[in-house]
Structures are given as C-alpha cells and as structure tokens.
Write a protein that binds this ligand. Structure first.
Ligand code: 5GP
Length: 220
C-alpha cells in the first residue's frame, strides 16, 4: 500500500567503479568483456591507446586508439595516461580524461589491461574505485589449445605467448576476485554478480548519510 503522507526520499547517487579484468591471452577475456558490455548498460569500455598495429577486424577508436610511438610518448609526457605498459614490445596505455569523467557521472568503466597496469592503478588515488578481477583458464593445455586454434601466429610466437601467460598468471595474488573460465556462461554470471555487489558497497553510495537522516526524520 502506498503511504501518501510519506514524502519521496531522493535515492542516493553512486560513484562509478573501475572494473579491471586481467588474464593471460587465450583465457576468454575478450569474449567475456564484450558480453558484459552488451548486457550491462551502466558500464563502458576504457579504450586504450597502443602502438601495435591493428589486427584484421579491429577499429580505431573502438578497440584501441592506434597511435605512433611518438604520439604515445607525447601522451606519457603530457600526463594524459592513467597507466601504461609495454607488452610484446608494444606500448599500451589508458587515456585519463574519459575515465575521470565517466566515474564522476556515476558510470562504471571496464579495463582490459595487464598486471602491470593494474599495479599502477593500485598505487594511485584510483585505488579506492578499483575492483580487480583475474580470469584463469581451466588449465595450461587448454590455454595452449586456444592459442593454437587462433592459428594466426607462427609457433615461436605461441611459445612466447605461453611464457607470457605463465608470467601473467603468477600475478593472480594481486587481484580481488579470481574466476576460472571453464564455462563462459557461468563466468559471465559470476562477473555480473561481482559487479552487482560492488555497486552496493557503502563507500560507492554517495549521499547515504543524508538519505538515512531524512528517513529517520532527523534532518529538521
Ligand atoms: P592485445 O595486443 O592482445 O590486444 O593485448 C595484449 C595485452 O595488453 C593484453 O593482456 C591486454 O590486457 C593488455 N593491454 C591492453 N590495453 C592495455 C592498457 O591500456 N594498459 C595495460 N597495462 N595493458 C593493456
């Protein structure tokens, strides 16, 4: 029953969170992040800048900002990047401005970055907004099978990717949540559950104190 005597309380607003997903390549992270972006209207992807050339099917400004080495260096010097790292000899970094404006507007931001970038974010003021997820493959054989199934890389590159995968996996202890991706649907449901719970954290709900004060009639 509606109580008309009770004034409507303004629901508290929320500060956006930084949802970081790291994994060795081949653990299925790209598919999971794409699905999450499609199915959750409140989260947007942080589009990184990179010096690596585009792969077939990749679009500038959507998958990455593909930039020259000189431009990347200018971004570093101009403090335009929140974090950056070198991966497979190419440079990757997160443009600062879009992230800061999204968070202020209460939008969540998804980061597909490696352990180096995650560590850097953890050492900044952004640490409070971070939710760090690490996605593991079910086992290394499965990872190698997935890398080979992509079949675009010669064998030596696959060996290099496997070595890098081991290195990436060794950083699992620096993350808040560890998911094992042996079933994409289950893993996606787990990601959504984490996001849902993290959004409800007290520290992210702005104006809660006022909301509760009004509810208890303590404001007058
Ligand atoms: P790929 O070239 O396969 O798209 O990405 C290679 C690796 O670079 C992935 O592990 C990806 O998470 C990481 N990466 C992509 N963008 C960034 C970024 O802006 N910063 C950092 N630190 N790593 C990134």
């Amino acid at each position: 029953m509606t109580d008309f005597a009770q004034p409507m309380l303004a629901a508290p607003s929320r500060r956006g969170l930084m949802f970081v997903m790291s994994s060795p390549s081949g653990a299925g992270k790209t598919t999971l992040s794409r699905r999450l972006l499609e199915e959750d209207g409140d989260i947007t992807l942080s589009v990184s800048a990179t010096t690596r050339p585009p792969r077939p099917g990749e679009t500038d400004g959507k998958d990455y900002y593909f930039v020259s080495a000189d431009r990347f260096q200018d971004m570093v010097k101009g403090r335009e990047l929140l974090e950056w790292a070198t991966v497979f000899g190419n440079r990757y970094g997160t443009p600062r401005a879009p992230v800061e404006s999204a968070l202020i507007m209460g939008r969540d931001v998804l980061f597909d970055i490696d352990w180096q970038g995650t560590q850097q974010l953890q050492q900044t003021d952004a640490a409070n907004d971070l939710v760090r997820i690490f996605i593991l493959p079910p086992d290394l054989d499965e990872l190698e099978r997935r890398l080979r199934a992509r079949a675009t890389d010669p064998a030596d590159v696959i060996d290099e990717r496997m070595a890098r995968a081991r290195d990436e996996i060794s950083h699992w202890g620096e993350y808040d949540y560890i998911l094992i991706n042996d079933d994409a649907e289950t893993c996606l449901a787990e990601l959504k559950a984490i996001l849902k719970a993290e959004r409800l954290r007290r520290k992210r709900q702005l104006g809660l104190a006022g909301f509760v004060r009004d509810m208890l009639g303590e404001g007058e």
